[in-house]
Write a protein that binds this ligand. Structure first.
Ligand code: G3I
Length: 344
C-alpha cells in the first residue's frame, strides 16, 4: 500500500511538472507558445528534449529566408526547413513561416543582379508561390512581409518597395505579396511583422493605417506580428492600447521574436537582480497577450541563452531567453508559467 502511495506521489509530482510546461499551459489558454529554432541543434539531446517538452510552435530562425531557401535563380533548398517541419510534426507542434519579403538575408544572385521592376515582380511572385505552395498545409502562419517601415512611419526603401521595387506604389507591394501568399495557401494565416512597433508610435501608426486600409478592401491580412526584441523597460500600457486597436479591426496579434536583453559580464552572466527584472518583463508581456483573446501566440527568439543572437549583436548584453546556457529554467521561465496560469 505504501509503495502504491509512493508511486502515486511520484506520478503526481511528475505529472504536475509536465502539466506545468509552457506548452501545456498555453494549450489550456488556447494560444501557442513557440520558439525560433535551428535544426543544426536537434541532435543535441537537451535542446531537442526541452524544445519538444515546452513548446507547441516552432519557426525557423533563418532557414526560410529568401537567401537560404532560394539560393539560386531556379534553385530551392527546402531540406533544412523541412527538417524543422518534420520535428514539429513528430511533436505535435505548429510551424510559423518566416519570412517571404525582407530586405535582409537575400541571395547573392538577387543582391548582385540588375533587375527591372517587371522582372522583380515575376521573381517575387514565383518565390512566394513556390515557398508557400511547398509548405501549404504544413505552415499555419506566415510572416509575409517583414520590417517594411522606418521608425518615422515612412516606407523603407528596398529592392521590393521602390529601389527599383516591383512596380507598385506605396504599400502596394505588401498587398500584392499577401495576395500571392493567399493564392498559394488559402488556409494559411498571413502576418505583417515588425520591430519597435508594439507600442503606439509613428511606426505602429503607419502599420495600423495600412492594416485598416487592407481590412477595408478585403486584402488577405490576418494579423500583425510584434517582434519584441526588447529591454527591461517595456511600455505595457502603450502596447495594450496598440493591441486593442489592431484586434478591434478583426486582426490577430502574435508576439513573434520575444527576447529581453540584460547587461552581462565578460563571461555572459547576468546579475540575480537583472534576471528578476527580466522575469517581471516576461511576466507582463505574457500577461498582456493572455488578457486579449485575439493575441494568439507568443514566441521567443530561440529558447536557450546558449544560442541567442543577442550577444553577437548587442555588446555587453545577453542572457535574453527563458532557459540558461545549460537548459535550466531561469526566473523568466517561472514568471511566464505564472502569467499563463492567471485568469483572463
Ligand atoms: O551560417 C553562417 C555560417 O556558415 C558562417 O560561418 C557564419 C559567419 O558569420 O555566418 C552564419 O550565418 C549567420 C546566420 O545568422 C546563422 O547564424 C549570419 O552571418 C548572420 O547574419 C545571421 O544572423 C541572423 C539575422 O537575423 C540576420 O539579419 C540571426 O541568426 C537571426 O536571429 C536574425 O533574425 C532576425 C529576424 O529574422 C527578423 N527580426 C530581427 C531578428 C534579429 O536580428
Amino acid at each position: 500500500m505504501r509503495l502504491v502511495n509512493l508511486g502515486l506521489l511520484a506520478c503526481a509530482a511528475i505529472c504536475s511538472l509536465q502539466a506545468q510546461s509552457l506548452r501545456s499551459l498555453a494549450e489550456q489558454r488556447g494560444i501557442r507558445f513557440g520558439a525560433a529554432v535551428a535544426p543544426s541543434h536537434f541532435s543535441e539531446t537537451e535542446y531537442a528534449t526541452v524544445l519538444a517538452r515546452e513548446f507547441n510552435q516552432v519557426e525557423p530562425e533563418n532557414l526560410m529566408k529568401f537567401g537560404l531557401i532560394h539560393p539560386g535563380p531556379t534553385t530551392y533548398s527546402f531540406g533544412p526547413a523541412d527538417s524543422i517541419v518534420a520535428f514539429a510534426q513528430a511533436h505535435a507542434m505548429a510551424v510559423r513561416g518566416h519570412t517571404l519579403v525582407w530586405h535582409n538575408q537575400r541571395p547573392k544572385w538577387l543582391t548582385g543582379g540588375t533587375f527591372t521592376p517587371e522582372q522583380l515582380f515575376s521573381i517575387l511572385q514565383e518565390h512566394i508561390k513556390t515557398v508557400v505552395g511547398h509548405y501549404a498545409g504544413k505552415v499555419y502562419a506566415w510572416d509575409v512581409v517583414n520590417e517594411a517601415f522606418e521608425t518615422d512611419g515612412s516606407l523603407r526603401k528596398t529592392m521590393w518597395s521602390n529601389s527599383p521595387g516591383i512596380g507598385l506604389e506605396g504599400t502596394g507591394y505588401i498587398e500584392q505579396a499577401l495576395k500571392w501568399a493567399h493564392a498559394a495557401d488559402p488556409k494559411a494565416l498571413l502576418f505583417y511583422n515588425d520591430y519597435n512597433a508594439e507600442t503606439v508610435n509613428a511606426k505602429s501608426d503607419a502599420i495600423f493605417k495600412m492594416a485598416q486600409d487592407f481590412k477595408s478592401r478585403g486584402v488577405p491580412l490576418d494579423g500583425i506580428g510584434w517582434q519584441m526584441h526588447i529591454g527591461t523597460k517595456p511600455q505595457i500600457a502603450g502596447m495594450e492600447t496598440n493591441m486593442k486597436r489592431i484586434t478591434d479591426l478583426g486582426l490577430q496579434v502574435q508576439i513573434t521574436e520575444l527576447d529581453v536583453k540584460v547587461s552581462v559580464d565578460s563571461s555572459g552572466a547576468a546579475t540575480p537582480a537583472g534576471l528578476e527584472l527580466q522575469a517581471k518583463v516576461y511576466h507582463d508581456i505574457v500577461a498582456l497577450c493572455v488578457k486579449n483573446p485575439h493575441c494568439t501566440a507568443i514566441q521567443t527568439w530561440g529558447f536557450t541563452d546558449r544560442y541567442s543572437w543577442i550577444p553577437h549583436t548587442s555588446k555587453g548584453n545577453g542572457a535574453a531567453l527563458e532557459f540558461d546556457v545549460n537548459y535550466q529554467p531561469k526566473p523568466a521561465y517561472n514568471a511566464i508559467l505564472e502569467a499563463l496560469k492567471a485568469p483572463r
